[in-house]
Design a protein around this ligand. Structure first.
Ligand code: F6R
Length: 609
């Protein structure tokens, strides 16, 4: 969750490092710091607060340096404070760290018993002290680093500066992302591609067990233990995200921009595969044997990605006639699910870095079943570790709440279900073509849904005093009710519960009281009459019914507010119905003064359990 940036090149390092740190702000952080070499030694500036506070603390003009290092911290061990901010140092060594050192207490007491004093409460600080101690014992720097790392338990991405090598950065990882960016006469290391998008187009995703050395003249990747040249298994990749994709482009918030991006990101995601969905299976790396012999698909994900998986289940069962289980990743990893050689695990994670999803994927590998992952980030850990990979093409998502990556996931899942159905002979080409042509209309349908923005803002203004919401759906729209409730909770800080409408009578209806907003997803499908009944029942108990539908005229009179959405194929309606819920949560959050892009207690990717 913490952010890391390093620079070595022909430009002035500090402005580049600070600019790159700003592009990591979206991940959430509570303090920031930088380090560079000033010719005499390592200089460090750190502060609690925002990058702007760090800039205030820096000398003006900024000192010149060719090599620099920066960090945004999201507190785990030790409160947010200047002393706990990174970089941490020991004699002649500075370190920034993303992750957790599980055995730091033991290492710390060992170091303290040797008379080393600590100046922070962090787990990180053991690292520079151990490297310095190893240097003091006469080990060369890389050996001092590898000896240190061999004693660390836990997960980490580390970047290290040492006064013994004044023009060099050393970077390595275990289970945390680190990406090397290659520019013209300049080299970058970062925890996230977004940080360095404007500067580099070519990237190498570091792997566990490697150490990358960056200087102003180039980079080198070696095996950490043997320190021989490491075969870079994955060659450098080109990331085609436009730097502007990581800018707000005139919108008040990234979340709003990303909601409005969706017609394009859905189209970008289906573009390559829509003519021939089966090409998606070939591109993923799944063998024909695996797809034809598939008996059970286990999907794992967290948060919004989990909701996308729930929708995917309807599509895959319907088109490909494969039995599908969907699990929250943090539950799956501790279950003992039944698997056989016809089982495939599909992990869904926009970041590809979510700790629980990765753990679930690894648990599947241990059970010797094949793994497929769906990620938005080329080179993410899930994509490096899975047997087969599919990517959404949503571009970087900066707002903490998932919006455009959610609909991009639905796009891939729809095509995946069609492709599997065609290959397995469970779906006629005629039906596949119908769904395909309706999918091609989805960008236009989302555009039409977005036209309701002002109307939804007005509705949001009337709901500001409500402290609780109910969201109801059935079938493929129930996961959209869950997604709407999640958005309200995380962005607007209001309590929201989602239920399958048929469950209301089994308890939750007791919650309904005068004025409680009840958002009901009611497309004109086979379940419409049942949804209409749910609305009547909610109204009869004093609820304020907000109906989201494609047939306003058919809604019962009990509906207080009706939001008309375009209609589409009933299995694709979630693409449309999620839009008003994203917008509603967004506007309530703005009107309530919530920090939309960086909600409290949340980070963009949850890399700890
Ligand atoms: C909700 C949200 C989170 C993520 C969840 C999984 O708006 O953004 O619930 O969906 O943390 O993240 P990924 O997809 O990166 O694994």
């Amino acid at each position: 969750m913490s952010g890391i940036v390093g620079y070595a090149g022909s430009k002035d390092a500090l402005p580049v490092v600070i600019g790159s740190l700003k592009r990591l702000e979206y991940r959430g952080y509570d303090s920031a710091g930088i380090a560079y070499q000033n010719g005499k030694g390592i200089e460090i500036f750190r502060t609690r607060g925002k990058i702007a506070d760090l800039q205030d603390a820096l000398p003006s003009p900024l000192p010149e340096a060719r090599v620099g290092l920066g960090h945004t911290r999201w507190a785990t061990h030790g409160i947010p404070s200047e002393r706990n901010s990174h970089p941490h140092r020991s004699a002649g060594v500075a370190v920034v760290h993303n992750g957790i050192i599980a055995n730091y207490r033991k290492l710390k007491s060992e170091l303290m018993s040797e008379g080393i004093t600590f100046s922070s409460d962090t787990d990180t600080e053991v690292i520079p002290h151990m490297i310095s101690r190893n240097l003091g014992l006469g080990l060369p720097l890389k050996k001092a680093i590898s000896e240190t790392v061999s004693r660390l338990r836990g997960t980490f991405a580390l970047v290290i500066l040492s006064e013994t090598h004044p023009h060099t950065l050393f970077a390595l990882r275990r289970d945390r992302p680190l990406v090397l960016g290659i520019g013209t006469d300049e080299y970058f290391i970062a925890s996230d591609v977004c940080a360095i998008l404007p500067h580099a187009r070519e990237f190498v995703f570091l792997e566990d067990g490697q150490i990358c050395t960056l200087t102003v003249n180039g980079f080198e990747i070696e095996h950490l233990e043997t320190q021989g040249p490491a075969p870079v298994k994955r060659q450098s990749v080109t990331v085609d995200w436009a730097p502007a994709a990581a800018e707000r482009e005139g919108y008040d918030h990234f979340m709003l921009k990303e909601i409005h991006d969706q017609p394009r990101t859905v189209a970008d995601t289906f573009d390559e595969w829509i003519k021939n969905p089966q090409s998606l299976l070939d591109e993923s790396g799944l063998s024909p044997n695996m797809t034809l012999g598939l008996r059970r698909l286990q999907m794992v994900a967290c948060g919004s990605s989990y909701h996308a998986a729930l929708i995917g289940r309807f599509l895959i069962e319907r088109f490909a006639r494969v039995s599908v289980d969907v699990d929250i990743a943090s539950e799956y990893r501790y279950r003992d699910p039944i698997v056989d050689n016809g089982t495939l695990l599909l992990s869904i994670s926009q970041s590809g870095e979510t700790a629980d999803t990765l753990a679930a994927q690894r648990a599947a590998k241990k059970r010797k079943i094949k793994t497929l992952t769906l990620s938005n980030v080329v080179g993410s850990t899930s994509s490096l570790e899975a047997d087969a990979v599919l990517y959404t093409r949503a571009g970087p998502e900066i707002g903490v709440a998932s919006t455009k990556t959610f609909t991009a996931q639905l796009t891939v899942l729809t095509l995946f279900a069609l492709a599997l159905g065609i290959r397995r002979g469970t779906l006629s080409l005629k039906e596949a073509n119908t769904v395909k042509s309706r999918l091609m209309e989805i960008p236009e349908a989302i555009r039409a849904a977005l036209q309701k923005d002002a109307e939804i803002r007005e509705l949001a203004a009337t709901l500001l005093q409500s402290r609780g919401f109910l969201c109801l759906g059935r079938g493929i729209n129930y996961p959209i009710a869950l997604e709407g409730a999640l958005k309200l909770k995380e962005i607007s800080y209001v309590h929201a519960e989602a239920y399958p409408a048929g469950e209301m009578k089994h308890g939750p209806i007791a919650l309904v009281e005068n004025g409680l907003p009840i958002i009901v997803l009611a497309p004109r499908d086979d379940l419409f009459e049942k949804m209409a009944l749910s609305m009547e029942e909610a109204k009869a108990r004093g609820g304020r019914v907000v109906g989201i539908t494609d047939t306003v005229e058919a809604l019962p009179g009990s509906v207080h507010d009706a939001i008309a959405m375009p209609s589409t194929h009933h299995l694709l309606w979630p693409f449309v119905s999620v839009i008003p819920l994203q917008l509603l949560a967004y506007h309530i959050a703005v009107l309530r003064g919530c920090p939309v892009d960086q909600p409290r207690h949340l980070a963009k990717s949850i890399t700890d359990e």
